[in-house]
Design a binder for this molecule. Structure first.
Ligand code: ZN
Ligand code: ZN
Length: 316
């Protein structure tokens, strides 16, 4: 697999390469931490049947990430980068000054240019966030930061007599996999994934299986889809609607499985019948974009979008 940042890590002993494999994950912190049904209809993205995503991005904080070596995943990956709280404090003061004066402090420009409500949301989130940064691949916090500008990563390859792992440049830039947008609660817990902008995999439920759903979602992020399928299938057999819908989402997008529109339709219809509104969101996406065995159909897509809306999930 090609690398996202243009650098790869390489063991000086055995030449094994380690790539930053969270490549196509885009992350957001969302202040909707309880469930997906609390969306209201401000910001009507009329042009987008999968407005759930659109809405979330408008009201979410983009997640910054830094390259690291995760001691839990034991591979090169990304850690959250929590913005410096002092910058917010200074920016907060500078924002009260006339724009001309404020603009002289160029390092704060990005914080000075935010809308008031967005700035308040970001600042409030940063003040509330006290937990350590988490690996975006597994959710753990033990890691070694990697400076890509330095050859020496400070990591060694244990299996090869602790040979140093070095940072070497690579001419490639990876694109073209299924794009995964990840939405985290303000405390850094994974809430849901949006695969390719068309299917939502949610791990938010009041049921005790929430931790299992979250594990499955992290496995999908790691592209380790076999265990994710196992978990979702076994929870689906117990009748957990979020898992049934999640399975549908995997077949809908072909994430870790052969894309299969008919199977997606089967699971999503079942999820919807079990009362999961996210299934209606995914069905709207399925007919909006089409899939193997299911033709695009705007009319059906909109009808599912309306069902989702009735179930309290913002769509369009
Ligand atoms: Zn080695
Ligand atoms: Zn990890």
């Amino acid at each position: 697999m090609l690398n996202y940042l243009g650098s790869i890590l390489k063991c000086t002993g055995c030449d094994q390469q380690f790539n930053f494999d969270a490549a196509n994950c885009y992350g957001y912190y969302s202040n909707h931490s309880s469930n997906l049904t609390t969306f209201s209809d401000i910001n009507n993205p009329l042009d987008d049947v999968t407005g759930l995503r659109h809405y979330c991005e408008v009201d979410s904080i983009p997640l910054l990430m830094s390259p690291c070596w995760c001691l839990h995943c034991n591979t090169a990956t990304f850690i959250e980068r929590l913005p410096d709280i002092e910058q917010y404090m200074k920016a907060s003061a500078l924002r009260r000054l006339p724009p001309k004066k404020a603009r002289n402090h160029h390092i704060y420009d990005s914080l000075l240019e935010l809308e008031d409500t967005t700035f308040a949301l970001h600042y409030q989130w940063r003040l509330q966030r006290i937990t350590a940064p988490k690996c975006l691949r597994c959710g753990n916090s033990a890691y070694i930061a990697i400076d890509e500008n330095k050859k020496d990563t400070g990591i060694t390859h244990e299996e090869c007599w602790n040979s140093p792992i070095e940072c070497v440049s690579s001419p490639w830039f990876s694109m073209g996999h299924i794009r995964t947008s990840c939405y985290y609660a303000l405390d850094g817990k994974l809430n849901w994934l949006h695969l390719d902008g068309s299917a939502v995999i949610s791990c938010m439920t009041d049921h005790p299986c929430q931790a299992d759903l979250r594990e499955a979602a992290y496995a999908i992020i790691r592209k380790d889809t076999a265990p994710a399928l196992d978990v979702l299938q076994s929870l689906a057999r117990e009748g957990i609607s979020a898992a049934i819908t999640g399975l549908g989402g995997l077949y809908q997008t072909g994430m870790g499985v052969e894309p299969d529109g008919k199977l997606a339709l089967h699971y999503l219809s079942k999820g919807l019948a079990a009362g999961d509104g996210i299934a209606a969101v995914n069905l709207a996406g399925l007919y909006r974009f089409g899939a193997t065995g299911v033709d695009k159909n705007e009319e059906i897509s909109w009808s599912y979008a309306r069902i989702a809306r009735k179930m309290g999930i913002f769509l369009y």
